[in-house]
Design a protein around this ligand. Structure first.
Ligand code: FES
Length: 120
């Protein structure tokens, strides 16, 4: 197993507090849903799994922010998370976290920087 960098999307697709981009990651031989958003000027990515129950956060594809654009929200029971840390500030999983993924921006694109590639 080696880690590589993989293109997720153009940086211009992510507006601060706006719609996120869904993608998938390979973790321990499983393909898992993930997403990336922009907040505070930076890009932040997480597995698309609520810390309460392992369901995807977005009811409407790519809509991860609640109406103020300040927090990510799980549409199932309304848990809210800090977009830049993944820390749950309210809801049934308060005090837990989303699983963060390493992403970065370069040359106008957003990359996953720790993609697992399974050569087995
Ligand atoms: S499944 Fe997300 S808050 Fe319950």
């Amino acid at each position: 197993m080696v880690n590589q960098t993989r293109l997720i999307c153009a940086a211009s697709e992510l507006l601060d507090g706006g719609k996120g981009v869904r993608f998938s990651v390979l973790r321990e031989d499983k393909t898992l849903p993930a997403f990336v958003v922009r907040y505070g000027g930076g890009v932040h990515a997480y597995l698309n799994q609520c810390a309460h129950i392992s369901v995807e956060l977005d009811w409407t594809e790519g809509e991860f922010f609640e109406s103020s654009g300040l927090y990510l929200m799980c549409t199932t029971h309304g848990a809210t998370y800090e977009p830049d840390t993944g820390f749950c500030v309210s809801g049934p999983c308060k005090g837990r976290r989303l699983m963060a993924l390493a992403v970065g921006e370069r040359d106008g694109n957003v990359y996953l920087t720790d993609e697992e590639i399974n050569h087995g």
